[in-house]
Design a protein around this ligand. Structure first.
Ligand code: KIV
Length: 313
């Protein structure tokens, strides 16, 4: 692969240190917004990491935006690990979080610890994320006690979509809001280093954030959280399935991608691609020698004359 020359006067890249949970905590204490994005493959992880994101989540949303499933329930831990390893290779700086998929931690704390351990040992993840509030506190404790940082996830928890009755905003009644606050407090007490709040009213997310001593990371939770997360395919406009209200598209990549593919198809059909610029050359001497080899091979071979000069039939 060639490296483009760096123009004179270009400032040297700022040395970036690997982000740790300690660094996330310090950023939170300084009151600086924390950034998180999903990534599921090497090139995307590389772009996101180079852009300077604090945390990369290998989210189980990959079931929908990469694998084309209708929800997140069917993705397996082995599939997640395959993608997590690719992300690890592309992102040397961001804190890497592996999302525990459905049925890899709900059975109990021991099962959860084994699954979390696989993310660390087999994919080099720095932390794991799991969905659920108070009822997950013991599980969180078990994983954290074993030395693996845990990010909680409450509000709209996609793995419970069938119980929640769809992709709905959570915590809109007084009781539901109180339950979410209690969930957040229980996760904090259990040792979560941060908590994702998904699809909750802005004022509730703000209040939960004020009551906690660990950062909240919002997705569809307004501006009052300690940080924000989006699914990368939503952010760049590569997932066209549906667009929740909270998604802001910073690019529309699906259109230009389709246009590029159509242009390629047209050029192939018309014989325009590949042209000389995109083809390899061979020098004239080597070509002449090659032609000679072919000519020699094509010439009829003369059988050697036997002793005495008599040719056999
Ligand atoms: O799987 C995922 O992408 C997530 C984020 C939406 C937080 O859980």
């Amino acid at each position: 692969m060639s490296t483009l020359p760096v123009p004179a006067g270009t400032p040297a890249p700022i040395e970036r240190k690997k982000v740790s949970t300690h660094a996330i905590d310090q950023k939170y204490r300084r009151g600086e917004p924390i950034s998180m994005l999903t990534a599921y493959d090497f090139p995307t992880a590389k772009v996101v990491d180079e852009a300077g994101v604090d945390m990369i989540l290998v989210g189980d949303s990959l079931a929908m935006v990469v694998l084309g499933h209708e929800n997140t329930l069917s993705v397996t831990l082995d599939e997640m690990l395959h993608h997590a390893r690719a992300v690890k290779r592309g992102a040397p700086h961001a804190l890497l979080i592996g999302d525990l998929p459905f049925m890899t931690y709900q059975v109990g704390p021991e099962q959860a610890l084994v699954s979390a351990g696989r993310y660390v040992q087999e994919a080099g993840m720095d932390a794991v994320k799991l969905e659920g509030g108070q009822h997950m506190a013991r599980t969180v404790e078990r994983i954290v006690r074993a030395g693996i940082p845990v990010q909680g996830h409450i509000g709209l928890t996609p793995q419970s979509v069938n119980v929640l009755g769809g992709w709905r905003v959570q915590g809109r009644t007084a009781e539901a809001a109180k339950a979410l606050l209690d969930d957040a407090l229980a996760l904090e007490a259990a040792g979560c280093f941060s908590i994702v709040l998904e699809s909750v009213p802005e004022r509730l997310a703000r209040r939960i954030t004020e009551r906690l001593g660990v950062p909240t990371i919002g997705i569809g939770a307004g501006a009052g959280t300690s940080g924000q997360v989006l699914v990368i395919h939503d952010l760049v406009g590569l997932f066209e399935g549906f667009k929740p209200k909270f998604v802001k598209r910073y690019a529309e990549l699906a259109g230009p991608m389709r246009d590029a593919v159509r242009a390629y198809l047209t050029e192939v059909a018309e014989g325009v691609f590949p042209d000389a610029e995109h083809s390899y050359t061979m020098d004239d001497a080597a070509w002449a020698a090659f032609e000679q080899l072919l000519a020699d091979e094509a010439r009829p071979r003369q059988r050697p004359a036997p002793a005495g000069g008599k040719l056999l039939a």
